[in-house]
Structure formats: C-alpha cells, structure tokens
Design a protein around this ligand. Structure first.
Ligand code: NAD
Length: 260
C-alpha cells in the first residue's frame, strides 16, 4: 500500500489555509497544521479534519515570524507525520497605512511572516524533498504580488518578493521533480479581509456593505469574492502529478483584477 502524502500548511487555522487543509484532508493527505487560535478552536478544527477524512493531523502554534520556531515546527512535523510532500506557505498578516506613517514593527512583522517564513520553511524542507525525488512548494502570494495598491507598502513588497522567491526556487529545483509556484488571489472573504472592511467602514463612515460594494469588489470585474475552495482547488491541482511541468508560475485567481 502506498503511504499517505503529507502536506504542511503555514497559517492554516483560519481562512484560505484552513480551506486548503480541509480540501487536502478530503483528498487523502495527512496535515501539518499551524497558526494561532484558542484551544477550543484548534480542538474543533483538528477533530473536524480527522472526522470526515480519517486524516492524521499534527498541530503546532509555531510563530512564523520566528526562525527558531519555524525550525521546531518542521522538525516536529517530520517526527509526527514523516517526510513532507507538499509545502504551502500561506501564513500572512496585513497592515494598511501611508508609507511615511507605516509603523516599523508592522513593516518588520509583515516581511517576516509573509516573506521570510517562506524562505525558512523552504530551506528546511527542500533537502528532504530532493532526497525523496518529489516535492511541491506552493506560495500563497496575492494579486498584490503582481500589482500594487496605495497604503500597503509592506504587504505589496512582501508579496512581490514572494513571487520572485518562487521563481528562483523553481529554477534551482527544476531537475529534482520538484515544482514551486505562487497563487495570487484577489479578494477572498476571510477574517483578514473582514478586518480591513471594518476599518474602512469606520474611516469612511460607510456601512460594511457599501465598503464591500464600492471599495473592495470594484477591483474585481466579476464583482464577486473569490471563494476559499477555489483557491484550495488550484493548490490541490498544483500539488498533483499532472502539474509536474508547471513551475515558476504565478497564477492570478482574482476575478479579472490583474487583467486591467
Ligand atoms: P486569515 O487571517 O484568515 O488567516 C491567516 C492565518 O495565518 C491564520 O491561521 C493565522 O493564525 C495565521 N498567522 C498569522 N500570523 C501568524 C504567525 N506569526 N505565525 C503563524 N501563523 C500566523 O487570512 P487569509 O485571508 O486566509 O490569508 C491567508 C493568506 O492568503 C495570506 O498570506 C494572505 O496574504 C493571502 N491572501 C489573502 C487574500 C484575501 O483576500 N483574503 C487575498 C490574497 C492573498
């Protein structure tokens, strides 16, 4: 019997990462879960994943802004689940502010979580993927990895950096049956976006519905949020054998936003 594949997803206790964990679990993967949350939340996420797919789950609250905790996460996951087949660098945070007022601690945090954690996870897992002759690395970048918006200097810099990092890893690993790609979602309705809607609603004295209609979805020609499951399905495809010739790519999934 062939062994079950293992996927490790950073920032998978909420939003896109959690949706990816659920879809990979339903498709026979064991899961290295990571991210923050209350004990009750983590317990309910973990038992939900185990319940409907018989999945093995290893959870770690390793902080992706801290290289030593990332090292511990990779080591502990390998101990618990065995070798890693798919790495999904998804953890991300946001802060919105004009560049001249951008708090230095927020800049450093966004760069550490959204960009440097992908470097650390990749450098720690790549040798093992090379040894086993198979690996898939998927970086959850953003439409902001391809284009910019005002007041998001750290996020846009980190996501553009992540797309560049993706291409370099793809080139370095191409001959080892290893691919590295980025997914670039537009607006997906998750807690990360809900927080931005609340701030805009307060600052602009608009209802949250008005903010969504006039400030958020005006960027996406479809006028609809991208769904978490749609991002997860693209990740699942990129992890498959059929996607072995796709590497170094950055896939927009943004309702046409970056076609403008
Ligand atoms: P979310 O806030 O719902 O989830 C973020 C996850 O990251 C959570 O599990 C959280 O606990 C975890 N996390 C945050 N800081 C962490 C840290 N220091 N260490 C470990 N885990 C940490 O956000 P989301 O919308 O699901 O975003 C997921 C990814 O998708 C991010 O990289 C984000 O930039 C990207 N993205 C989101 C959208 C969108 O519209 N929601 C669009 C494009 C890209």
């Amino acid at each position: 019997m062939s062994r079950r594949k293992v996927v490790v997803i950073t920032g998978s206790t909420s939003g896109i990462g959690l949706g990816i964990a659920r879809m990979f679990g339903e498709n026979g993967y064991d899961i290295g879960l990571n991210g923050f949350g209350s004990e009750d939340d983590i317990q309910s996420i973990t038992s939900g994943l185990k319940e409907h797919s018989g999945t093995r789950v290893f959870y770690s609250d390793a902080d992706m802004s801290k290289p030593d905790e990332i090292e511990r996460y990779v080591h502990d996951t390998q101990e618990a689940l065995g070798t890693i087949d798919v790495l999904i660098n998804n953890a991300g945070v946001q802060h919105v502010s004009p560049v001249e007022d951008f708090p230095i601690d927020k800049w450093n945090l966004i760069l550490a979580v959204n960009l440097s954690s992908a470097f650390h996870m990749t450098r720690l897992i790549l040798p093992q993927m090379r040894n086993q002759g198979f690996g898939r690395i998927i970086n959850i970048a953003s439409a902001h990895g391809l284009i910019a918006s005002p007041n998001k200097s750290a996020y846009v810099a980190a996501k553009h950096g992540l797309v560049g990092f993706t291409k370099t890893v793809a080139l370095e690993a191409a001959e080892s049956n290893l691919t590295c790609n980025a997914i670039c979602p537009g607006w997906v309705e998750t807690p990360l976006v809900k927080a931005q809607v609340e701030v805009l609603s307060r600052n602009k004295s608009l209802s949250e519905d008005e903010v969504v209609r006039s400030l958020i979805l005006d960027r996406q020609p479809t006028r609809k949020f991208v769904q978490v499951d749609q991002v997860a399905a693209l990740a699942l495809f990129l992890a498959s054998d059929q996607a072995s010739s796709i590497t170094g790519s950055a896939y927009p999934i943004d309702g046409g936003w970056t076609a403008h």
